[in-house]
Each structure stands twice: as structure tokens, then as C-alpha cells.
Design a binder for this molecule. Sequence first.
Ligand code: AMP
Length: 443
Amino acid sequence: MIMNLNLKEITNRMQKFKSVKGFKDILPEDQFYWDFVRNKFISIVKSYGFERIDLPILENSGLFVKSVGSGTDMVDKEMFSFETLGKKKVSLRPEGTAGTVRSYIEHGMLNRRKPVKLFYLGPMFRYDRPQAGRYRQFHQFGLEIFGESSPVIDAQLIFLCKQLFSEIGIETDIHINSIGCQDCRKEYIGQLKNYLKKNRKNLCPDCQSRYLKNTLRVLDCKEKGCQEIVSEAPQIIDYLCDDCNKHFVKVLEYLGDAETAYQLNPLIVRGLDYYNRTVFEIFPKGNEKRQSALGAGGRYDDLVRNLGGSQEEETPAIGVALGMKRIINILKKKEDSGIITSRTSDIFVAQLGERARKKVFSLFERLRRLGFDVAEDISKTSLKQQLEEANNLKVKFALIIGQKEILDKTILIRDMESGSQEIIPEDKVEKVLIKRLKSIKKV
Ligand code: AMP
């Protein structure tokens, strides 16, 4: 029987191993987008004084239990945890804040000039149900600021997030709320429980247990039935203590002064234990679906102390994590993203004949070291094929060396756009290239 299978189907049928569910490859053609976003973000946050920190992917499980909190989905259901051969319980990090705080304490960063501003990027792991925009391994770009309680820092961080997105061509909506401190939350949670009690049996099974263990989380449940119930619930903002209220009003004032639009959203509570006061989420403009969120963050003023940092001195802190893949998915759909999505070069070195090939072998390296953006296809013997590749790479000039050029110690330089050619002495090649590239404003 002849089956009509394409190459991909045939390979799929033959392949024994596939990537693990929810774990994705990032292919070369996507790396242009990743480089673009990473480079832009890094350069912007560095100008805001952030320094890079790279953290291990594996941490002791207890770190997440103590910081993110037991009773949260992330810790109870979503961690990739296992026991090492040495019988230690470890987890692939589900988020970046806990590890950053652990490192901050472990390396005595408390003694550095405040605020200490750190950024990280890398993979996180959560055993969630994979779907569009939700993966089990996903990458976050995170920012953390330690040692400052001033509301201006909250506003500046939110403002910075808005800038990061706007500079890569994505317009965003910022949703913001305050969940107060332990004291104001206590009273609020009591009121919320009272309200939910009447509707308890209509909550989803998860929220039935959240009602007891982590009541606030009912507010940001994704289930429609729960969302309807909480739309009428009391709002935490009405229960803020004086200090928390003042702090929040100031944050909003600074944002207003910086002309940063925001939406107050009483349902944003961030389910993790460590958050207090300001919490926020970032959505693509006009799309507030939870699974579309591009980033989220908030204050965590007690976490450093709770994880064993200075007990005498307070270390207020705030952070945000942005979801790289969701950002890249948006950019890939945009026709006018302006991102160059194929390799391009200025110069191509081509050869015809074995002696010329040896020459081009070293000419390529010489030009590369001088800083030229140069390409080659040295395994090919056909000049036609090499020039096709030069065309693919949209190079400005091809340098061609054949038998005659070897004997004359010359190089043929071909302007790939006009097709005009000129023979130049081999030892003048750098000078000629600099001049020609300069004339097209490249060097
Ligand atoms: P969170 O750490 O849950 O506050 O998430 C911060 C951001 O990371 C979200 O707004 C998403 O953009 C991204 N993110 C979180 N979980 C996932 C996931 N499972 N897959 C892809 N991106 C995610």
C-alpha cells in the first residue's frame, strides 16, 4: 500500500524519542526573536542600574515551601521535586524570586549599597496542564529590588515594565491592586470568608479547599462560576490600614505623574504567600485573559527576614517576572515587528579550486578578526552555489578567489547588488572593504 506521507510524518513515525510534554525546543529560526527581546531588556534594565544574577535551576524544596508557601498550587501541585542520591529533597525552580532571596542572604548582599537591583533570566518549571501559552518549562525575565520600601520604587518598577514592552513594540495594560500587610489582610480575609460561606458549595472543587487554606486565592480562580461569585465580594482595598493605604495612594500618584496608565483590579491578589502591599499584572493591550498575562509582580517586604535574613534590619523588596515565550509569540504574529529573522552578512568569501579554498580558509578568519561581518560556504566547489548562498545572506560584496587570482595575488570583488566587479590587490582588501562599506553607512 502506498501511503502519502510527508517528510515530517515519516520522521515522526520513525522517531523513538520526543521532547517531554510541555517542554519545548527553541529552534534556530526563533532565536532571532529571543536575542532581540533578551538584548533589548538587558540593555534597558542595565541603564536602570540592575545587575545580572544567574541562579541554579535546582534548589532545596524547603525554600519554595517556606517562601511561595504550602497551600499554593505552585508548591502543592506543580513542582518537579525529587530526592537526590544523598536523600535531599530538591525541586526544579518554579519561579525566580525565592532563589534570588536565598542568594541575597547567602552572599551577604544586605551589606551592599541599597537598593540592590538584580535581574535574572532563565527557565522555570511547573507541572501545570500544558496549553497555548502555558508550558511546563518556560522562561522568565525577572527583576528584583531589595532594601527600599518607598512607593516610588513600586511605581518606577511598573513604569520600567511598561517601557520594556513599549520598546519591543508591545502595548500593555497594567492591572494593579494592594493586598495590604498581614494586619489588614487578617480582617479582610475574615470578611471574605463570611461572604464566600454563603456560596461555598457553588465554588469549584479547588476553591472549596482554597476557601480554607488560602482564601485570597479564590479571587483569582480561572473558573467562570467562581469568577461570578467573587465579582460581588468585598474588596481588600477597603480594608487597608492607614500605612498601606498611604503607600498605595502614593504609588498611584507617582504612576499618574509619570503618565503611566493603570487599571485598579481588586481581583489581583497573586496567590503566593510572600506578597504584600502592591501587586500587579501586565496584559497585552485589550486582552485581559489570565493565560495571556505577560508578567506579574509585587512587593514582598517580609520574605528576606522569613528566609533567615537579618532579623534586626528590615529588607523590604519588590519584584516582577515577565514570561518570555508569551512575549515572543506576540512578536512572531506581528508583521511590522522590525526584527530581522534570517542571518545576513556584509561580505561573502568564495573560492574556486583547492589552492583558493586554502586561501579563503584564512582570509575569512582574518576579516572576521578585523570585525567584518563575513560569511562563507567553504565546503562547496561550485561558484554558482556559493554565490547563491551569498545572495541568500543578502551580502553587499562577494570576494572571489580563483586560480588566476592566486597567481596574481589579487581578489575579485563583486558588488552583489549592481553586479559590477573589480580586481583588487590582495593586500588592499581591508582598505577597499572599509571604504566601500562606509559609503553605504555600514562601518
Ligand atoms: P508568575 O510567576 O506566575 O507570576 O508568572 C509571571 C509570568 O510568567 C506570567 O505572566 C507569564 O507570562 C509567565 N508564565 C507563568 N507561568 C507560565 C507557564 N506555565 N508557561 C508560560 N509562561 C508562564
